[in-house]
Design a binder for this molecule. Sequence first.
Ligand SMILES: Cc1cc2nc3c(=O)[nH]c(=O)nc-3n(C[C@H](O)[C@H](O)[C@H](O)COP(=O)(O)O)c2cc1C
Length: 585
Amino acid sequence: MPSKAFRIAHALRDGMKGATSGIRAGQGEPVILVHGVGMAAEIWSPQIEALSRRYDVVAYDMLGHGGSTLPPDDPRLSDYADQLLAVMDRLEIQQAHVIGHSMGALVVLEFALARPERVRSVAALNAVYGRTPEQRAAVQSRAASLETGNTPGAAEATIGRWFGDPVSGRLAEAAGKTRHFLHSVDQTGYARTYGVFASADDAHRGRLQSLRAPALFMTGEDDPNSTPAMSRAMAEAAPDARCDIVAGERHMMALTAPDEINRRLIAFLADSAAKPVDPKSLRRALGAFATGVTVVSTLQSDGTPRGFTANSFTSVSLDPPLVLVCIAKAASGYGIFSEAVRFSISVLAEGQRETSGLFASKAPDKFERSAWRRSVGGNPIIEGAAAWFDCRTHSVVDAGDHAVLIGRVMDFGDTVTNPLGYCRGAYVTFSLPQAALSAAGSRTRVGAILENDDGILFLAGPDGRIDLPEGISLEPDTDPASLNGMLRRLGISAQLGFLFAVFEDPRNGAGAVSVYYRGSLKAPPPASQGLRMIPFAGIPWNALRDDAIRSMLHRYVRERSEDTFGIYIGDAERGSVQALAKQAR
Ligand SMILES: Cc1cc2nc3c(=O)[nH]c(=O)nc-3n(C[C@H](O)[C@H](O)[C@H](O)COP(=O)(O)O)c2cc1C
């Protein structure tokens, strides 16, 4: 990705003026790279190249380094964290993944603790933490000699610590680049920053517990000063952290093993950008994928049949013919199905909603209560199924809280019967809209069961009775007597979904039909006009004006609580759930 250089002016502590130089490349979520003492933004070149393919990458020169101005003459770690804040503000970056190396790691940790709301994740590479007295004495004596300016051979000593002495051939190029930065760094800026680095290993002791962002602590197995033990201790202290120790690497691992380090950084960034999954919302989103409904069956070792309802059925391959279905490890039949050598899949017909409910239950007598026969291979096939597949188990793949049963189709059959559908937690049948259409023109009432997290929407009359919203037709919304027109007049914003019920309704005389939709409220209803949201558990059944509606709603609430919906076809008295196909024909 082509990179762009930037230079921004900003304030330092106590009203001093400062400026920061840097480079920016790529698009995506912002990732900010903060280098170590003695280096400059370009030391991150391998990371900028790799990360900018997916991220908006910013690398800047730390105060006292590269093209940036000096820090105050009594610098503190917070001055460097403030520089990062200024860079983000000036580049209009609200939140970023921050990655730092060595001194840069201390800066990004300081920043993540001080400004948690600006940090998406934090990666501390080759960071120091709780030095031993010997390590501390050594680093402080280096800091002191840098301050005096009397440092002959200091750069070579650093190269020796970071790359080994002598530098091996594999590391010669990286050592050469590092040497270049050490020689060109501003000596005052270097000395001031080194002074902070020499004592900042204690800056985060007792504070990492409050680190809010996901954190990565990564160092080289052979880094003698930013040791694996330090990274492990930091990861243990932080609440949401992992520790990566890179085998055979030392202090400049981002330069000496760029592919390995980039791979680990990208994996960490991807994980920390992943939103925590709320199972309820995930289920809701998955429910938008409309499926059929099947009963998966097999014979147990004692020859008795076993089965469960599944909508995870999918065709996999035509040659060889393979299909799959997923079974929850929590299902009581899991052990049997994951060991079974054969199983069958019956695709339920639209009149078999009750069969679906039965096989989704824990009933011990599922097969006694169903009509079924044996396939040639001996597996149970549900009578009246829209299609069936008799399978030999091809493979069983472990997948999270489910296992995938892949079956090789040995025999199959199908009929012209409409299949039962399932979408958004509800059964759907393909002929119900037809039934509703044929009802149109007769004396029809069109109503809606509209829900949100608070319950179902009712209209409350002055007499204390309650009704569902209803009109003489669905549309137009310009006619206040239609359902949509009435909702509009009342200021209700709703989305109608599938048809829930079509039934004869004596309220409007013989032959009159009521058609009810399921739907959801897009916004809470206005607080006036007798509109009431009533929770499922709190419906005052006796206040409902109408028996037919009461009976339909009873079924709605029951099936809603079972997360299984059916299609109601019948009349006000019988109120039974029947096969709609019979009605539609
Ligand atoms: C429409 C619908 C689809 C279902 N799909 C699956 C599925 O794909 N996999 C699964 O393991 N359970 C599925 N279930 C739940 C099982 O049918 C249910 O857990 C059943 O009790 C399992 O039977 P068992 O515990 O007696 O083995 C589904 C339930 C319904 C109502």
